[in-house]
Design a protein around this ligand. Structure first.
Ligand code: ARG
Length: 277
């Protein structure tokens, strides 16, 4: 057994979240959503609030987007845009039920003076894009196969001026990149190989030889849908095995309960967009 005793250093983050006040499962656009299973919106707000407090408690800044009635998935703020170095590449949702969310995100960024690039191609923001500032000089990882179109990867590269690595997702349960892969610090990732095509697995192994690998149990518990500041890893409380593995790698796992939001097919990361100035 290898004993890792590495000092991980956190970096302060700025996040965007949106309260699940209007959260519901009224339609099913991913395999986790079941319209016949009731959700408890009050509990959803409570659990979401704990998540927000946890991030603030870690010293991070959390901006809030006003939730809108009729947009029950708006709580999944990660999907509304993707920002790198002060530039924002806007989202364009695949499903009509979520289309209107993009404008709300755009209005937020424009009101804050960000350089906003409107998309022509279908893409679901940080749901399918991840940024690793210290990997290979600054690398964007991008998923496709279920939501984001491959053409959006090229568009994101043109918008943001960072190399985009396209990774094909192959399991409908892991329909967004951010349920199968996460950055755990500025240069490294944790991921579940089985969510990716054989070629994409090869690409990830080549680019990230030191990645933490997760197992089916971890990804099914939404453990990979996590947010890390480089030292503290906030993740779904059901992902106990992954928490242990991250701890062994020198990170501090911080479990949060998000059972209600799991009914919509999302967890920690889905609720959080990072604002990268
Ligand atoms: N119900 C939402 C959808 O299917 C969940 C989105 C989860 N967000 C994420 N970043 N993976 O679109």
């Amino acid at each position: 057994m290898v004993i890792v005793n590495q000092q991980r250093v956190p970096r302060k983050r700025t996040y965007l979240m949106c309260s699940p006040e209007h959260f519901a499962v009224e339609y099913a656009i991913n395999p986790w959503m079941d319209v016949t299973r009731p959700v408890d919106p009050e509990l959803a707000v409570k659990q979401w609030d704990r998540l927000r407090e946890t991030l603030v408690g870690l010293g991070h800044e959390v901006h809030l987007l006003a939730p809108e009635p009729g947009l029950p998935d708006m709580v999944y703020a990660a999907n509304g845009a993707f920002s790198v170095d002060g530039t924002v590449y806007g989202a364009r949702f695949k499903h009509h039920q979520r289309t209107a969310e993009a404008a709300a995100h755009r209005a937020f960024y424009e009101s804050q003076g960000w350089r906003f690039i409107a998309p022509n191609e279908t893409n679901e923001g940080e749901g399918d894009f991840a940024y690793l500032p210290e990997a290979h000089g600054g690398l964007i990882l991008a998923g496709y196969g279920f939501r984001t179109e491959l053409a959006a990867h090229a568009e994101a590269q043109e918008a943001l001026g960072r190399p985009v690595i396209s990774l094909r997702l192959v399991d409908p349960r892991f329909y967004h990149l951010d349920v199968a892969l996460a950055s755990i610090d500025d240069g490294n990732i944790v991921y579940y190989p089985g969510a990716f095509s054989a070629a994409a697995q090869k690409v990830l192994a080549q680019l990230f030889p030191d990645a933490v690998l997760a197992e089916a149990e971890d990804v099914l518990a939404f453990g990979l849908n996590l947010v890390s500041d480089g030292a503290n890893v906030v993740l779904n409380s059901e992902a106990t095995r992954l928490a242990g593995r991250l701890k062994a790698a020198g990170y501090t796992p911080i479990p949060v309960e998000l059972a209600e939001l799991k009914k919509g097919g999302g967890s920690v990361k889905c609720c959080i967009a990072e604002l990268r100035h």
